[in-house]
Design a protein around this ligand. Structure first.
Ligand SMILES: Nc1ncnc2c1ncn2[C@@H]1O[C@H](COP(=O)(O)OP(=O)(O)O)[C@@H](O)[C@H]1O
Ligand SMILES: [Mg+2]
Length: 262
């Protein structure tokens, strides 16, 4: 958990604050509260909302504190997730499927928005950060929403192309990109070292790659990844949503088949 938050959080409340530099943050935070309370309240793998308040610093949500680490924190330490984590991914796909069944598409499935409650082998992923779910209003020309390392092509090119904000297959792409990253230790796409880009251009460059570039198959990127698992992850990463798994539950099923065959 981010050190900067620790001092203002007691053991059971996490204060999620708006980031003042982003003009839409209040809107996103209120939207997140509504989604968590009205649509996802019955799911015990998304944080419960305890309240919303404003102090001299900013608007903040009081969320149930999740004890554990984000995938990003685990990756910073471990560098790669082994094949023993397949059940974790299967559970995450099932849980994402249940979120979709509640009418919510996340649109920012990423290494910092999934937490590992307890330890990875307890298979208890928690899904955070619903500020961008089903919100076309926050997407504007020249402004994309979502982490560019995991962004689905249709979301990266939301303008001027038509883009269905309620299509769960966008999240399946991001989950595929996240699995690719964790299972290989490499992002699907990276910026060539010799290309000197400033920070704002980097995101745009990566997003463009998700739209146009061909990803290297996972089993070629990482030795020891079985072809069957590589096939499942690469199917999530198809440019056209019609070529991906139809639902996150179908993805969970495919991951289970792989796990049982190993
Ligand atoms: N309920 C929670 N319990 C514990 N840590 C949390 C909780 N919600 C968020 N965090 C931590 O704060 C970080 C940022 O929260 P997040 O909801 O992703 O907001 P944003 O990315 O919009 O700032 C997360 O990556 C995680 O480390
Ligand atoms: Mg986040």
């Amino acid at each position: 958990m981010g050190k900067k938050y620790l001092k203002e959080n007691s053991m059971d409340i996490y204060k999620k604050r708006t980031k003042p530099q982003l003009e839409y943050r209040d809107e996103a935070l209120k939207r997140e509260m509504m989604v968590l309370v009205a649509q996802l309240n019955g799911l015990d793998y998304v944080p419960k909302v305890k309240g919303i308040a404003r102090d001299s610093k900013s608007l903040y949500l009081e969320l149930e504190f999740v004890g554990g680490e984000t995938i990003m924190e685990v990756m910073n330490r471990e560098r790669v997730f082994g094949l023993g984590t397949l059940e974790f991914w299967e559970t995450l796909a099932e849980r994402l499927g249940a979120v979709h069944d509640c009418g919510v598409v996340h649109h920012d499935v990423s290494s910092s928005n999934i937490m590992v409650r307890g330890v990875i082998y307890e298979n208890d992923p928690v899904i955070l950060d619903f500020g961008f779910s089903n919100v076309f209003s926050l997407m504007r020309p020249g402004y994309t929403v979502g982490n560019p390392c995991f962004i689905p092509p249709e979301q990266a090119q939301a303008f001027p192309f038509p883009f269905d904000i309620n299509d769960p297959r966008s999240d399946i792409y991001s989950l595929g990109a996240l699995m690719y990253y964790c299972l290989s230790g490499n992002y699907v796409f990276t910026i060539p070292k010799k290309l000197k880009l400033d920070k704002s251009k980097k995101g745009q460059f990566l997003a463009e790659m998700h739209v146009r570039a061909k990803p290297e198959p996972l089993h070629l990127r990482k030795k020891g990844v079985p072809l069957s698992l590589s096939g499942v992850v690469m199917k999530c990463l198809k440019k056209n949503p019609d070529d991906r798994f139809e639902s996150a539950q179908d993805l969970a099923f495919a991951l289970r088949e792989v796990r049982k065959s190993l």
